[in-house]
Design a protein around this ligand. Structure first.
Ligand SMILES: [Zn+2]
Length: 206
């Protein structure tokens, strides 16, 4: 003999199932949001892009005969392409744009960051190179290599990387003396580095 009306238990089960389904869908949504940072870019309109630590939206403009080219337009980074669906062309145009922005900005910031450093008698030679996990490096001969993707991060992060590499002109290692120099010229460098590290996943996502 069943005392409880059968419909009640079915309703209970349904409610439990719904609750479970809602929990699952919330978790799937959260997982998707997390994955959005590690999944490859699709290079379609609406995707977010960064420049100097600010978020912009990609706008793909298809125009027959257009030369693949990226330019900033307000809150958008607009990329003109001659035809639909060519992610490689869009990526190429964006890389060229980032590289150009990096070339101009890094030159200005390098001069500014180096100005108070007594051991920098003249600005070191620099080159740009897209790298997948590194912001910059300093060769034993004193040439500084910088990742153009660094231009996606805030200016203080760029300054930190430049200062770090400039300190390597004085100490070609990560010795206590190296950190002394870094501390003296950017006392809050650890907080800036943390900000940079937090952006790495997004910046290096291609
Ligand atoms: Zn170093």
């Amino acid at each position: 003999m069943v005392d409880a009306p059968e419909s009640a238990s079915v309703a209970d089960v349904l409610a439990a199932v719904k609750k479970r389904a809602r929990w699952v869908s919330q978790h799937v949504a959260a997982a998707k949001a997390r994955l959005a940072h590690v999944l490859p870019r699709e290079y379609v309109s609406g995707e977010s892009l960064h420049y100097l630590g600010r978020r912009y939206r990609l706008k793909v403009i298809v125009a027959a005969g257009a030369t693949a080219e990226a330019r900033m337009r307000g809150a958008f980074i607009a990329v003109s392409v001659p035809e639909h669906g060519d992610a490689a062309t869009i990526r190429g145009a964006l890389d060229a744009w980032y590289r150009q922005r990096a070339r101009e900005l890094f030159a200005v910031r390098l001069a500014a960051v180096a100005a108070p450093l007594r051991w920098v008698k003249q600005l070191p030679p620099t080159r740009l190179q897209f790298m997948t996990v590194q912001w910059g490096s300093c060769s034993p001969s004193g040439r500084i290599t910088l990742n153009p993707l660094l231009v996606k991060t805030p200016r203080e992060c760029i300054d930190y990387v430049l200062l770090h590499e400039l300190c390597h002109l004085l100490h070609h290692n990560h010795s206590p003396k190296f950190y002394q120099a870094l501390n003296r010229h950017m006392p809050n460098w650890q907080a800036v580095k943390e900000k940079l590290d937090n952006m790495a996943e997004e910046v290096f996502r291609t």
